[in-house]
Design a protein around this ligand. Sequence first.
Ligand SMILES: Nc1ncnc2c1ncn2[C@@H]1O[C@H](COP(=O)(O)OP(=O)(O)O)[C@@H](O)[C@H]1O
Ligand SMILES: O=C(O)C1=C[C@@H](OP(=O)(O)O)[C@@H](O)[C@H](O)C1
Ligand SMILES: [Mg+2]
Length: 202
Amino acid sequence: MNEVASLAGQPLSEQARQALGKRNLIFVGLMGAGKSVIGRLVAQTLSIPFIDTDAEIEKVSRMSISELFAAYGETEFRALETRVIERLLKQGPRVVSTGGGAFINEATRAQIKLGGVSIWLKADLDVLWDRVSRRDHRPLLKTENPRQTLENLMIQRYPVYAEADMTILSENVRKEVMVDEVLKALAGLSGEGDLAGKGELK
Ligand SMILES: Nc1ncnc2c1ncn2[C@@H]1O[C@H](COP(=O)(O)OP(=O)(O)O)[C@@H](O)[C@H]1O
Ligand SMILES: O=C(O)C1=C[C@@H](OP(=O)(O)O)[C@@H](O)[C@H](O)C1
Ligand SMILES: [Mg+2]
């Protein structure tokens, strides 16, 4: 009997947790995809510690993301983001929700690929815009036409996010439904698949 078959009959959350094993679970995707919110809920469901990289960056720098961008610029922010994520991924297993640009940075992407199983939360422009336009704390969207900026980022970034291990559509469904989608995808990580052993913490 393979690993998946032996897990059948157990609650989905338990199947997902066992399939993930000692690996980190890392959410990537554009602003508004739901990485922070869904990541936290998935972590609670799996009883695995949760960390949001933006929150961690704000903690270590004692500045908000907007303040960091304003004071040091995006390049410095990315360097800090890379260092923080490298450290966090070594402390797993954790559910790690990244900021939208993290996976686009080559060094950070390489760490994420080595450090666990990545999930791209993919959403269309209308869904993202509806969500991000309700708040104004995202420095990259402080432009004359933020919807156009978001669309440009989609065009640039979607081919890169597609390198994540798994893709889940983020739609306007209840958050619990999104969590279930994630658990189902994880439960499908069989002991024999391409992702077996990938990102296993030593
Ligand atoms: N499935 C969903 N249904 C409704 N609202 C959602 C859903 N997922 C996320 N949101 C909302 O969208 C906004 C952005 O979510 P957030 O997790 O901060 O995205 P990200 O971290 O990817 O930028 C939040 O207000 C959040 O509550
Ligand atoms: O897409 C990006 O480059 C960014 C996304 C933000 O995180 P969320 O995706 O959680 O909003 C935050 O890291 C920063 O404003 C930059
Ligand atoms: Mg976030």
